[in-house]
Write a protein that binds this ligand. Structure first.
Ligand code: MG
Length: 158
């Protein structure tokens, strides 16, 4: 059996009044990630990790933010399309691990729901997906709830 590891990163501004969709679920928060799609930085970073591990084109190449077809797109659907390509290449996900750095929405109360949603999108058990929220200690341009940055890693096998 062969294994491949992939990493992904994404960053979005948080805008007041926008729906706060992260990790495929809606969080109760006064601001949400700005983007051409729904702005779900968690699923974007994860998709790039999965695609990267499989040696496929990255998310921005497959679903350009200049393309009106992906305006307000549901990132769950984009990740599902990525997974179809990954499966077609013979790969399956072993696990995924995700760090969400933000001082916007609180992540901890929603970790379980996010893990379950992501596990279902990847076709794995919940214990194969982990999600951690990190605060920014008031440092840098993302502090004070201005944005959300996400790192993701994913292991594939075939
Ligand atoms: Mg993005």
């Amino acid at each position: 059996m062969s294994h491949r590891i992939g990493i992904g990163f994404d960053i979005h501004r948080l805008e007041a009044g926008r729906r706060c969709r992260l990790g495929g679920i809606d969080l109760p928060h006064a601001s949400g990630p700005l983007g051409h799609s729904d702005g779900d930085a968690v699923l974007h970073a994860l998709a790039d990790a999965v695609l990267g591990a499989a040696g496929l084109d990255d998310l921005g190449t497959l679903f350009s933010d200049k393309d009106p077809r992906w305006k307000d797109a549901d990132s769950s659907a984009l990740l599902s399309e990525c997974m179809a390509r990954v499966r077609a290449a013979g790969w399956r996900v072993e696990n995924a691990d995700i760090v969400i750095a933000t001082e916007g929405p609180r992540i901890a109360p929603h970790r379980a729901a996010m893990r379950a949603r992501i596990a279902s999108l990847l076709g794995v058990e919940v214990d194969a997906v982990n999600v951690k929220g990190k605060s920014l200690e008031g440092l840098g341009a993302l502090a004070n709830g201005a944005g959300v940055a996400v790192q993701a890693a994913c292991l594939l096998s075939r």
